[in-house]
Design a protein around this ligand. Sequence first.
Ligand code: ZN
Length: 537
Amino acid sequence: MLWSLFKILLFVALVAALAYGVQWVLSLSADATIRFNDVEYVLPPLVLIVGALALMLVLWVIFKLTGLLIATLKFINGDDTALGAYFDRNRERKGYAALSDSLIALASGEAREAAAKAQKAEKYLNRPEVTTLIVAQASEAAGETARATEAWKTLVTHDRTRFVGVRGLMRQKLEAGDTETAMKLAEKAFALKPRHVETQDTLLRLQARDENWDGARRVLSAKLKSGDMPKDVYKRREAVLSLADARNQLADGNADKARAEILEANRLSPELVPAAVMAARLHIESGEKRRAAKVLKAARLKTPHPDLAAAFAEIEPGETPDARIKRFQPFLKVAPQASESKLLETELYLAAEDFPGARRALGKLYETEPTTRSLTLMAAIERGEGGSEAVVRGWLAKAISAPRGPQWICDTCGTVHADWLPVCTSCEAFDSLSWTAAPVGATPASLPSEMMPLLMGPTRADVPEAEVPEVLAEDIALVEDTKPQTPRPHDDSVVVVELDEKVGDAPAMSVGDAPGVSIDDVGTTRDVGSTATPPRN
Ligand SMILES: [Zn+2]
């Protein structure tokens, strides 16, 4: 508004100045005198000024005509392209002007304008790799998918722009959710430029999603060759691929091939927990107990995972709980400071019904790291030592709302997975799962759903209502009518504590979920003995 007003004022001022100037020139009495061939011309000042302007115009025309004349002469002398080049220069200038307008429009977010200018530039310049590219990008930004597709397809037909065109089409297909076509285009793009990081990643993701492990291996080695992947990451990913393939082979019944893949995965990445567990089981099967123990200890060094302890327990399925505590000592020493070691030792003592030992092993972990597992173990210790029902239930109530501790969590999207997988089920990222605790605040405050049917025990008359924390009362009500279930095997993240009416009985600890094992007063199942029933004292 202000700007328009200013422009009007400026225009008025200019007109006024011009009128004043003309009047001033007219008022000058001195005339210019030009002598030419002994004839004197007397020119008034105004005529002189107009004459000067006219002379400049004539000179410009002569300049232009000379250019054309030179081009024509060259053409007559046999230079066929001279005339064309003269006119081309003009077209080129207009073309580049339109092109720069188009780029500026694209950069300032005016996609439609950019596309229009790029098409104009295309008419003047015969440079489709530049102009079509801008048309494609501008159309995409403006949401004109059909026009963008046309442009990408045009780019595919030129040698220089083939990769850009394929990549553009691939991204369009990915966005549209057509992963099958996207995969084919990604393979084409990969063939054109094997070192292109984005293409490698996209292809790897799509192949992992489709469980095309062989294809993924090719991409992975290309990534290593292009130097944008550290050797250790490469080895780990190779291991993940081998393991993923092994799972497929197992599902298809190819035990021998699966075996080779598992051992290869463990060789490539000794710290990969699922590979170590599977490899250890293979060694146990073939009677190589020492090798199994070695493999499990090597993995435990990096990640003290309960599955490793479970497999370590499987090495000697028939041992007594006391013998197991003794045999586990070197295994515990692999990561003596890890919370997992304290929890594991506590569970071993509980299995041996050595409750003071269990309390010693747990230490202050229920305070420093109050997780569902550590607090449930505390409840089991209290129960074992004959603590009151109120105290035991108090610990259980805390356990319900406590963080879950480490889980398989996707580094990319944060999704929690019950078991290790090569590809995240949520974001389809490859090799993105780490055994780690969920960030604070991400843990649901409610009882994990899988724990619901496992936490048994009706509300008791001998426990005053006020002493039953509200959250527990609700959960008990939820599960009260549920038939007691056998704890699920291989549930590594849930410690199951079952309570029944036999308060005051000698508490017993059960490590194992094999049929025939009775869960007496407090039963805790861990993977530590999930495949075996140790003799009970
Ligand atoms: Zn994810």
